[in-house]
Design a protein around this ligand. Structure first.
Ligand SMILES: [Zn+2]
Length: 683
């Protein structure tokens, strides 16, 4: 196939290397992957067998330049496999994932190549490298070592088999979860049962049912976490229970989508691989390369916070039970009641409810007058929508981003609506990574899962969704403002327990007065969000932290439990393992189930957060401390943005992460701001 027949085979001619989505067809991926793998393998063999003695240029830089075709097809494919998949793409992924794993092993386990890297690494102090180059050489050496270079051949053979098996299993976990999530969407026969939901949520549920061929009925679709948004407002207790049970039974029904066996196998094989690589368990292997360094460091933070969070949650539970009694009901609080009664307490105490807020949070305004506005004030960026460029789905928005001096910076794609072909949750990804070496500017995308309103209606967000939009855009800024030489270090290529920090910092601008008044305006009248509601929103922020922190810590501790097992552990019953792990960690609160149960914990079994879910709160220490810095220094000012951009966002992974933090903050992080924010000062 030539590039004439298959657009993936040639570099894109569109601005910023945006993939030519309008010309890419599903059948192009597999041949492009095959050509990309073959080309990359040839390039790497040429580097490994170069007759010249190894130099930084002919080995490390050559590796950075290699594999462009494979990089191009992978980035398009894996983006769309997450946000706009279909059975063909799922089949391609199932086919290609183990082959990619094998290809990566072929490179990392190539003895001639490793010998060259090792030789350079030995001579690193006499190579005349600058700081970024030295850091890159260290990175390569470490990556090869961690991938098993230097192990005896027998172990390497087993390693290859394990990696292939694990990539296949992760793909299966993801496919099962998507299948079961769609399958378990709750069908509701009558409008009466939906009492409590807003009119547009009901209209969206009616449209969703129609789209599934259930005309005249209503469909409540499931989001990724355990807690489903509808639970806060549905009056019908029976329906709440149905929704909750649907959510928590995902991947655990003994049907074709069952994930229990899949995840147990993943955990066991990871433990075996860690042992081969000289670690007691997968957690030690993963965290060694993080800023936390050891599982104990991560665990001790979680364990320090857990008892206070659980005590807060239990106090909240008692209050909710009282609320149930006061409303004349006589039943014991169950997990499907929590959000509903919490919302009532919140409404009464702070005189605040989501339905009252949402008209002020219209997507277009949130995006342009909120998210973009904050970035323009802080970094001097300008956003111009491009209607002339192809998209992979009609709902995608494409914006060109220019710097303060008018120079082009990159493209930002916003893909905000939920659909059956998209996985749950919210995330940022890249289509093109910034690097000076390859002369490439970034193309980044944000994905959210906001329910699409009926045609002609505005998209009104909850405050949580507003926060998520700011959060994901924080990741996008990390990618867009990247200014590094080598692609390996681009943007968000930082340790996993560091990467959530800039995105969490960006959440601070959602409620920042100058930003909030700029975007939070009534979608019909244009009136600003009343000062009374702003005050209440601020006051109410800590309410619910007991629940949020507990469900999060439970998931983070569950993740570590799955990855602290040794290679010889046999996992019997997955549900039992989970219950025991939560019990042992002191976070088994019946009314506050973990944010994800094992069988739908996609972060750790399919999307790369294994032994890393602790990262969110670990990064939040840095986040809360940085928010303090912005406050101390006058908040939303260009000087502040420029300092943060220069020392932190622009550096990507090109320096030690904690060094970048210290360069920005001027000292080591302190934990007090986080404890205060989450109401954990009793710790
Ligand atoms: Zn994030």
């Amino acid at each position: 196939m030539t590039s004439h027949d298959n657009p993936l085979l040639a570099p894109s001619e569109l601005p910023y290397g945006l993939p030519p989505f309008d010309r890419i067809a599903d059948e192009h991926y597999l041949p492009a992957f095959e050509a990309g793998i073959a080309e990359h393998a040839r390039e790497v063999r040429a580097i490994a067998t170069n007759a010249e003695p190894p130099t930084f240029e002919n080995t490390i830089v050559a590796l950075e330049r290699a594999g462009r075709l494979l990089g191009r097809v992978s980035s398009v494919f894996f983006n769309l496999a997450g946000s706009n998949t279909n059975e063909t793409l799922q089949a391609v992924q199932a086919e290609i994932a183990p082959r990619l794993a094998a290809h990566s092993d072929a490179i990392h386990l190539d003895p001639e190549l490793f010998a060259r890297i090792e030789e350079l690494y030995e001579r690193r102090d006499s190579l005349g490298l600058d700081a970024e180059q030295a850091w890159l050489l260290r990175r390569y050496h470490l990556d090869f070592q961690r991938a098993g270079a230097g192990l005896p051949e027998e172990s390497q053979t087993r390693l290859r088999a394990l990696n292939e098996a694990l990539s296949t299993l992760s793909t299966r976990f993801q496919d099962n979860l998507l299948g079961d999530t769609n399958d378990l969407a709750v069908v509701v026969s009558t409008r009466d049962e939906l009492a409590g939901l807003s009119d547009d949520a009901i209209a969206a549920a009616a449209e969703a049912a129609t789209a599934r061929g259930e005309d005249g009925k209503y469909l409540i679709k499931l989001g990724l976490p355990t807690a489903q948004p509808a639970l806060a407002s549905l009056h019908d207790r029976g329906l709440r229970e149905r929704v909750f049970r649907a959510s928590t039974s995902r991947g655990n029904r003994g049907n074709e989508y069952d994930n229990a066996g899949v995840l147990a196998r993943i955990a066991t094989l990871r433990a075996e691989r860690a042992a081969l690589l000289g670690h007691p368990h997968h957690a030690a292997y993963v965290i060694e390369d993080q800023t936390a360094k050891t599982p104990d460091a991560a665990l001790s933070l979680l364990q320090r916070l857990a008892p206070v969070a659980v005590a807060n949650a239990q106090a909240d539970a008692a209050e909710l039970q009282e609320e149930i009694r006061a409303s004349g009901e006589d039943f014991t609080l169950q997990p499907w009641d929590w959000a509903y009664y919490a919302e009532r307490v919140r409404r009464r105490r702070y005189d605040l409810d989501d339905a009252e807020l949402r008209p002020y949070f219209e997507l277009e305004r949130v995006l342009v007058d909120g998210v973009f506005y904050a970035a323009s004030r802080l970094y001097g960026l300008t956003f111009t929508e491009r209607h002339d460029l192809p998209k992979y789905h009609p709902d995608v928005r494409v914006f060109e981003v220019t710097d303060a001096d008018g120079s082009p910076l990159g493209l930002f794609l916003g893909d905000y609506y939920t659909r059956d072909s998209k996985r749950g949750g919210a995330w940022m990804n890249t289509f093109v990574d910034q690097s000076r070496l390859l002369g490439e500017r970034p193309v980044v995308v944000n994905n959210l899962n906001i329910a699409k309103p009926p045609a002609g209606e505005p998209t009104l967000l909850t405050y949580d969704e507003v926060t998520t939009a700011f959060h994901e855009f924080g990741h996008a800024l990390h990618g867009l403002l990247s200014d590094v030489e080598y692609p390996t270090f681009s943007g968000t290529s930082v340790p996993r327990d560091f990467v959530e920090f800039p995105s969490q910092v960006n959440e601070m601008w959602a409620l920042w007065p100058e930003v909030l008044t700029n975007y939070a305006r009534h979608h019909r009248t244009g009136e600003p969000l009343p000062a009374r509601l702003v005050e209440r929103l601020e006051e109410s922020r800590q309410y619910g932290e007991g629940f949020a922190t507990t469900e999060y810590l439970a998931a983070a501790l569950l993740d570590l439990s799955w990855h602290l097992i040794g290679a010889d552990s046999a996992i019997g019953d997955v549900q039992r393992f989970e219950a025991d792990a939560l019990e042992k960690a002191g976070v088994a609160v019946e009314t506050v189930p973990p944010r994800y149960r094992s069988t739908y914990f996609a972060h750790i079994f399919s999307t790369g957060y294994a032994a890393g879910y602790y990262s969110y709160i670990w990064s939040e220490v840095l986040d809360a401390d940085s928010v303090e810095w912005f406050r101390e220094n006058g908040g939303l000012r260009r000087e502040n943005g420029d300092h943060y951009r220069r020392e932190l966002l622009a550096r990507g992974g090109s320096v030690d992460a904690m060094e970048a933090f210290r360069a920005f903050r001027g000292r080591d992080p302190e934990i007090e701001p986080l404890l205060k924010r989450r109401g954990l000062t009793g710790a």
